[in-house]
Design a protein around this ligand. Structure first.
Ligand code: KG4
Ligand code: ZN
Length: 349
């Protein structure tokens, strides 16, 4: 089955064609980053207008690149949440119109579940069903959580951030350092040149269950204190905003985020006793995080599945892939779908 996927939850306009849940025939991403950069972050109004402008051509290009005809597409899958309401609506409306016109099924996809599925798009990756139960770390600009995946579509949330997401911490930290948006790649590049042990930024551990919504504090994360620590450090050390110190500050700040994430994953792996670790989301592009997770998995002798670089940040191949693997909302439920900005993992609205 060939599925056309559409993804417009935030600031990437994306379309892809995936065969049988794993054969990526095309994967087109039009990134709006350059349009949002002057504003230092994603502007919802600009995002939705640009989805509207670029989605038709992005869909066309994904079909052309796949080498297939419209008649060979058997379903249209689309992200309906979580994300920016006005952005989600553009993709959802386009998908409904396309499926109606082509007289093929519409499949509604949860963006977080799609991120998880991104690791199964790599050629030679095991099948989703065969690696459950596994531990998953989802780290993106909007989410940071640890989940036990018991079976496809069945999740138990183990931990999450109680304030900023890890990607958000990178973006806010970069802003304080005077680096361009998005901050993750900028800090990654600069940090690779600096010393991670130069400044001892706090490794915040969540110690009280008061803010964790019943989750174990030891598996939860907090990044807002780190951002404040960076702010105070820069106030006291203005020279650190410039080279030769800037790269060391970037490396040390990055290390604090990565250490918190990797320590949380380690505690969860020890507690859950699963054989496989999955990490997904835009922050998994971070070279230091990838190295540290690979080291951790090797040390604990668990299998680790990371997405290919082109499937880490928002893309539609993960959306089409998950749908082709049999997940997502179909039939009347799909036709009735509205954008669901706060959709949680495992939820349908
Ligand atoms: O998954 P994603 O594309 O969008 C969301 O669903 O949020 O993730 C975007 C986030 C941004 O915060 C960005 O700064 C971060 O991923 N990111 C990185 C890197 N590349 C992107 N963070 C750290 N290091 C990177 N190399
Ligand atoms: Zn995402």
């Amino acid at each position: 089955m060939n599925v056309l996927g559409i993804e417009t939850s935030c600031d990437e306009t994306a379309a892809a064609v995936v065969g049988d849940g794993g054969i990526v025939r095309s994967n087109i991403v039009f990134s709006q980053v350059a349009l949002h950069r002057p504003h230092g972050g994603v502007v919802p109004e600009i995002a939705s207008r640009n989805h509207l402008e670029h989605l038709p051509r992005t869909i066309e290009r994904s079909l052309t690149q796949s080498g297939l005809e419209w008649s060979q597409i058997q379903a249209v899958a689309v992200t309906y949440g979580p994300g920016l309401a006005s952005s989600l609506l553009v993709g959802l409306s386009a998908a409904k119109a396309l499926a109606l016109q082509l007289k093929i099924p519409l499949i509604g996809i949860n963006h977080l579940e799609a991120h998880l599925y991104s690791v199964f798009l790599t050629p030679g990756a095991p099948r989703y069903e065969t690696v459950c139960p596994f531990l998953a770390l989802i780290v993106s600009g909007g989410h940071t959580c640890l989940v036990r995946v018991t079976a496809p579509g069945h999740y138990r949330r183990l931990g999450q951030t109680i304030d900023d997401a890890a990607g958000e911490a990178f973006d806010k930290g970069a802003k304080l350092l005077g680096l361009e948006y998005p901050g993750g790649p900028a800090i990654d590049r600069l940090g690779a040149l600096g010393s991670a042990s130069c400044i001892a930024f706090p490794r915040t551990r969540v110690s009280s269950a008061a803010f964790t919504g019943g989750l174990s504090p030891s598996l939860c994360f907090s990044f807002s204190g780190l951002k404040t620590a960076l702010l105070y450090y820069l106030r006291e050390n203005p020279a650190a905003m410039h080279e030769p110190l800037l790269k060391d500050v970037a490396a040390s700040f990055q290390e604090a985020i990565i250490t918190a994430l990797v320590s949380g994953v380690e505690r969860a792996l020890q507690r859950e006793r699963v054989q496989t670790l999955v990490a997904a989301g835009g922050v998994v592009l971070n070279s230091r995080l990838r190295v540290k997770l690979l080291e951790l998995a090797a040390g604990l002798e668990v299998r680790i599945l990371l997405p290919a670089r082109e499937h880490c940040a928002d893309n539609a191949a993960m959306v089409a892939g998950l749908a082709g693997n049999g997940q997502g909302l179909t039939g009347e439920e799909a036709w009735a779908l509205d954008a669901s900005p706060n959709l949680e993992l495992g939820a349908t609205n």
